[in-house]
Design a protein around this ligand. Structure first.
Ligand SMILES: Cc1cc2nc3c(=O)[nH]c(=O)nc-3n(C[C@H](O)[C@H](O)[C@H](O)COP(=O)(O)OP(=O)(O)OC[C@H]3O[C@@H](n4cnc5c(N)ncnc54)[C@H](O)[C@@H]3O)c2cc1C
Length: 433
């Protein structure tokens, strides 16, 4: 093989791309990852801002599930520190730890109707107790209670896990996630910022003989007799052509259409992907203080905020993320509506008002950045429950990432799950040569 001939071409060094490429290179495929930006991690990466490690997307990584399993399988360092308790809920003026008590305990703090809701949740463990897909999570909760604080808790859970409000998330997705999936019960922060975990995967890929090209962009996929046989890559002002036996795209099926050319794909597939392209949005405020502003070692969530879903406390467990003597936090909210158009200025103001109301001392804190993630750089490329297929009409082209999640999953965990499924399919079809 010459330098530019690969078994696997992976477009994008986001969570989905790197989890896939690490598995492929571990199996022995000669793997090339192409990333447009100058660093790995995509929407789960980290920026250096005035000496702070500021996460630009995902802040917590699940422990004990498919993500950790992948790292262990491929031999990558998985440096995640687990806060205990993972999450406190601010109910009234108290920050409540519900660890061990589960839903019953949490809901009993909010409403006398808690038992009925717990029964509804229990019923969802059987298919017959699952609501129709058209019923939103908010409508499902409304069947049991009108209480604002209960709706607030459910709204903020939908926001935290799926990056949409409870009006936009099918109840079936919410209930599938909490009754049948690992449900992010255990999670933690990476002390290097979330980028640390993806750097560890990139290292494994390179140790396995693969390559990760940064500052490089796939501009076109080469189609020969209905199969992808390689790509044109713009890198350092030059175009390089590479060949591949198969290709995996982590840039979302919608952007992948452009690389293949819509005219080369069946019209019904193109229509399905164009309709399914419904990115959601989030607003994150990164702030720092010399004073400690939260007693929650992990996340603090809320029952009665306007938009704010959680405040993450990074430095309690990972002091390396801030200069000495500083505490680093992030407050994140979901706008209304969280899918489609919204007024960025007024929605950001509502997140800031919540932070002023909930976090004593926020007014004196140093705001490092305010990130509105939406459109082409969203928190989830497809709303959970409306995911697109990972397979494509081209037999040696697959999609991975958070637009092609399995039903009822979200975030980087969903990326790890699809990566495994896609790599298993590839391995079945393309023997290692
Ligand atoms: C504010 C926020 C908070 C979140 N919180 C969490 C959380 O706490 N936990 C969690 O698990 N998830 C969280 N998520 C979701 C998680 O970040 C995403 O689901 C995940 O990072 C998506 O990864 P991906 O691989 O699908 O795509 P991406 O990260 O978008 O990766 C795609 C990569 O492809 C590159 N690319 C695009 N086009 C090209 C091209 N033509 N050539 C080469 N490269 C290209 C891009 O630069 C990008 O790096 C959060 C997201 C946001 C925005």
């Amino acid at each position: 093989m010459t330098d530019n001939n690969f078994d696997a071409l992976v477009i994008g060094a986001g969570a989905g791309g790197l989890l896939t490429a690490a598995r492929l290179s571990h199996l022995g495929y000669k793997t090339l990852v192409i990333e447009r930006l100058d660093k790995v991690g995509g929407r789960a990466s980290t920026d250096e801002v005035e000496g702070f490690k500021v996460n630009n997307g995902a802040i917590v990584i699940e422990l004990g599930g498919i993500t950790q399993e992948t790292f262990e399988e491929v031999g990558a360092k998985f440096d995640i520190r687990r806060p205990q308790p993972p999450i406190l809920y601010r109910i009234g003026k108290k920050d409540v730890d519900v660890t061990g008590g589960g839903w019953g305990f949490l809901l009993s703090k909010l409403t006398r109707q808690g038992a009925k809701l717990v029964t509804g949740l229990g019923a969802a463990r059987n298919d017959s107790g699952m609501p129709e897909n058209e019923i939103s999570t908010a409508d499902w909760v409304r069947k049991y209670t009108k209480k604002e604080s209960v709706h607030g808790i459910f709204r903020n859970m939908c926001g935290s896990v799926f990056a949409v409000g409870s009006e936009e998330l099918p109840a079936r997705v919410f209930l599938t996630y909490f009754t049948r999936k690992s449900a992010f019960k255990k999670f933690g922060f990476c002390p290097d910022g979330t980028i640390g975990v993806w750097k560890a995967l990139a290292e494994v890929i390179e140790n396995n003989g693969g390559s990760v090209w940064l500052d490089a962009e796939v501009t076109e996929l080469t189609l020969t007799d209905g199969r992808i046989t390689g790509a044109s890559i713009r890198r350092g002002g030059e175009t390089t052509d590479v060949t591949s036996r198969f290709t995996v795209s982590d840039i979302g099926p919608f952007a992948t259409l452009d690389l293949v050319g819509r005219e080369n794909l069946p019209a019904d597939y193109v229509a399905q992907i164009e309709q399914g392209n419904r990115p959601c949005a989030m607003i994150s405020v990164n702030f720092a203080s010399r004073r400690k502003l939260s007693t929650a070692p992990g996340l603090l969530s809320f029952a009665t905020t306007r938009r704010l879903c959680y405040v993450a406390n990074f430095t309690e467990l990972c002091p390396e993320m801030a200069p000495e003597g500083w505490h680093l936090y992030q407050g994140t909210g979901v706008p209304k509506p969280s899918v489609g158009e919204f007024d960025e200025k007024s929605e950001t103001e509502l997140v800031l008002q919540d932070l002023r109301d909930e976090i004593e001392g926020f007014d004196e804190a140093r705001i490092l950045s305010i990130n509105v993630t939406r459109d082409g750089w969203p928190p989830q490329r497809a709303v959970a429950g409306y995911d697109m297929p990972y397979a494509t009409p081209i037999p040696n082209l697959w999609n991975v990432g958070d637009a092609v999640k399995e039903y009822g999953n979200g975030g980087t965990t969903a990326c790890a799950e699809t990566a495994k499924i896609v790599v298993d399919e590839i391995h079945g079809q393309f023997p290692v040569e």
